[in-house]
Design a protein around this ligand. Structure first.
Ligand code: HEC
Length: 235
């Protein structure tokens, strides 16, 4: 018995660290406020994406036209307010800068963000975009709490201000144009938009799911009544 206990504890000792690692390498992820039915949030996220991200990152699986239709925007509204690259309404969201230039400037090509919300997850993105902090030892002057030695600059610093890591806590210096709450809301909208881009059909699928459930419920009532009707004379 003693021997077996020893074996089990040794096994746990070997296995447990693997679980801890699988749970995300220790960094805590904040929960992203994703709501694909909130069109205003998606629109504000789209604007932030075009203003602050599309200069480096493409979203090649997404067409402007599709976004216009899904978010209930006129084509002209999209072209006037959201397109800076000279793209046409049926084009996909490509960056203006050639990828080879980007690689030369940043040492690595900024990846396409079409499906990042699925590969990394919304909570990771939400934590990442709020997790840049000053680190003068890095080439871009910043590091990130969920992306060690990140090669991306803190492109939203004019909104958030500078952030410092003090005793494992993030502290903003107040130099940004937004309050911490406003910044969280803005990043929430941006992540919401990236989740939409990762799976444009999802909002439709979810609403369809409700209709299917309601239909099944009605069917259940009808079938039950029919059954009662059929068996009435037999009992
Ligand atoms: C000035 C160019 C530039 C801009 C603008 C920029 N990024 Fe980046 N981004 C990069 C680079 C370079 C990397 C690769 C970092 C690395 O691998 O170390 C990156 C990496 C990322 C990653 C990690 C992808 C992954 O899965 O590894 C995400 C997510 C991301 N960026 C989102 C954004 C968002 C959202 C915006 C707009 C708010 C944005 N980026 C604006 C250059 C940029």
């Amino acid at each position: 018995m003693k021997k077996m206990m020893k074996k089990i504890s040794t096994l746990l000792f070997v296995i447990l660290p693997t679980f801890a690692f699988a749970a995300g390498g220790g960094a805590h992820l904040d929960s992203a406020p994703v709501d694909l039915s909130d069109k205003e949030s998606l629109k504000s996220g789209a604007k932030l994406f075009m203003d602050y991200c599309l200069s480096c990152h493409s979203a090649k699986f997404m067409r402007y036209k599709r976004m216009a239709d899904d978010l209930g925007m006129e084509d002209s509204e999209v072209l006037e307010n959201l397109v800076y690259t000279g793209a046409k309404i049926h084009d996909t969201m490509e960056i203006a800068m050639p990828e080879s230039d980007a690689a030369a400037w940043f040492g690595t090509t900024p990846p396409d963000l079409s499906v990042t919300s699925r590969s990394r997850g919304a909570d990771w993105l939400y934590t990442y975009l709020r997790g840049f902090y000053v680190d003068v030892s890095r080439p871009m002057g910043v590091n990130n709490i969920v992306f060690q030695d990140v090669g991306m600059p803190h492109v939203l610093a004019d909104l958030q201000g500078k952030q410092y890591l003090q005793e494992e806590k993030l502290v903003v210096d107040g130099s940004g144009s937004m309050t911490p709450d406003e910044y969280d809301k803005a990043v929430g909208d941006l992540v919401n938009f990236l989740v939409y881009v990762g799976e444009p059909i999802r909002a439709y699928r979810e609403s369809l799911g409700w209709y299917v459930l309601i239909f099944l419920l009605i069917l259940l009532v009808v079938s039950y009544r029919l059954k009662k009707e059929y068996w009435k004379d037999i009992h």
